[in-house]
Write a protein that binds this ligand. Sequence first.
Ligand code: ATP
Length: 218
Amino acid sequence: MSPEQSVSLPASGARRRVGVMGGTFDPIHNGHLVAASEVADRFGLDEVVFVPTGRPWQKRQVTAAEDRYLMTVIATASNPRFSVSRVDIDRAGDTYTVDTLKDLRSLRPDTDLFFITGADALASILSWQDWEEMFSLATFVGVTRPGYHLAADHLSDAQRDRLFLVEVPALAISSTECRARADAGRPVWYLVPDGVVQYIAKRRLYSSRPERGPGPEA
Ligand code: ATP
């Protein structure tokens, strides 16, 4: 199945259509934002909620949740259709998408949820906790990402019925690359929103180098 083949808009009704963009966002970058914006446009979404993970079960070493949350707020502030949820940050224990979707559904009862996920994450989706229940809670939208093959061959027919594959503008950006650049003192301008560049600098995130103390040369 190629990205564009499966896209046809589900029938619209009175229910709100809400996209869910889950991620570690360490830091949030323009690849995340472009993917969310494109899916919002293609699916006629009323809103896209960005949900920074609390404790991601796949990644052990991540920046403090409050920093990742604030960067996500800063990055999404200029788009009236974007919002940020703390459900995963405020829930104790490891973060599983099934819990994210359950929480969002109970907070927003009259909504249809569209969970947006990149090609890399989609490839491993069957290893996610309670994936059968997960597929019953939302429509899934797999988006293209440079360097990864977007495919749904590993899913059953029933799961594929709940999945759309969408081509989004290709931005070869990863949070890993942004962290490495910041650590090396190289620019992250235009890879992440301006406010996030400033937040990273101000909080000295991702820098393993010791802070320079005040002195004549500082
Ligand atoms: P890291 O490099 O730390 O693993 P990441 O860049 O993959 O991070 P995440 O926060 O883990 O960012 O990603 C959240 C979601 O956004 C995932 O579904 C991921 O596949 C998707 N995503 C990340 N970067 C892109 C991109 N450049 N284009 C499309 N989707 C992306």
